[in-house]
Write a protein that binds this ligand. Structure first.
Ligand SMILES: C[S@@+](CC[C@H](N)C(=O)[O-])C[C@H]1O[C@@H](n2cnc3c(N)ncnc32)[C@H](O)[C@@H]1O
Length: 259
């Protein structure tokens, strides 16, 4: 790095810092800024980071894309980053694909994502245990789901939490126990999604319909978005433990899923 800086005086600036906290919005000259609808700016983020950093970082940057802040205050800044091969496959997986997951929807609803090529592990010294995928991201002018990042995250996380079950099972967890079945049916019918599809089979437009319908339900019931299924489970467990001495232990839904 130092040699690179010396070989190109005035052209290379090296910043020693943590990429997870570095304020990228201050890194480049203001005149490079482009309007969001314009072509991407003359700024390209390239990173070959440890896998433990690149995955949390892409989630953070996807949130920045959604909010048009951080590196995306300059417009639709493009990124080329390396990931463990399997993570690269998840980022680019299509509906029905084995690797279709939360990351596929979170990345593809905000960016056009391209798996450029694979670098075999042997290319590195010391050789890592896994192959490396080089993935390119260009933020979309119009996200495919036009809802806040946190809402999309919540719906997508719920769908994929029971990967091998019908998508109905995961979506149920968006609703409190009282009225859960009725509201899940209402969500699926309004969004026109077959409840017996598996999470990995859902298309982007089905996720969009689910997010839009869930948003309407949240607008009608202000307590819905903050509802936390895990918290409800925890409270049920506490109540059960209190009653344990007088009754047989009951099996919770979460435990059932682990069997
Ligand atoms: C796989 S090496 C790549 C080195 C070089 N960039 C290349 O492509 O040949 C990963 C580099 O990321 C650096 N790194 C690790 N965590 C980081 C972080 N949080 N912020 C910035 N750099 C980090 C490491 O020090 C290491 O130099």
């Amino acid at each position: 790095m130092q040699m690179l800086s010396e070989a190109a005086p005035g052209k290379v600036r090296i910043v020693h810092g943590d990429i997870l906290t570095y304020k990228m919005e201050k890194a480049f000259p203001k005149h490079l800024k482009k309007a969001w609808e314009d072509e991407p700016p003359d700024i390209h983020i390239i990173g070959n980071l440890p896998f433990s950093v690149s995955t949390p970082l892409i989630i953070k940057w996807l949130e920045n894309v959604s909010k048009k802040d951080g590196p995306f205050t300059y417009g639709r800044t493009q990124m080329t980053l390396t990931f463990q091969k399997e993570v690269g496959e998840r980022l680019t997986a299509n509906p029905g694909g084995k690797q279709r997951s939360r990351l596929s929807i979170m990345a593809q609803h905000l960016c056009s994502v391209e798996n450029c090529f694979i670098i075999p592990g042997e290319a590195f010294v010391p050789k890592p245990e896994v192959d490396v995928a080089v993935v390119h991201f260009t933020p979309l002018v119009q996200p495919k789901i036009q809802q806040p990042f946190e809402l999309v995250e919540k719906v997508v996380r719920s769908v994929f939490q029971f990967r091998r079950k019908y998508c109905f099972r995961g979506l149920e967890t968006l609703f409190p126990e009282s009225g859960r079945l009725k509201r899940t049916e209402q969500l699926m019918m309004t969004a026109n999604v077959d409840p017996t599809l598996r999470p990995f089979q859902l298309s982007m437009s089905q996720f969009r319909n689910l997010c839009n319908t869930y948003r309407k339900m949240c607008d009608e019931d202000s307590s819905l978005f903050v509802f936390d299924y895990r918290e409800e489970l925890k409270q049920k467990k506490t109540t059960r433990n209190l009653l344990k001495s007088t009754s047989e232990p009951e099996q919770t839904e979460e435990e059932e899923d682990q069997l």
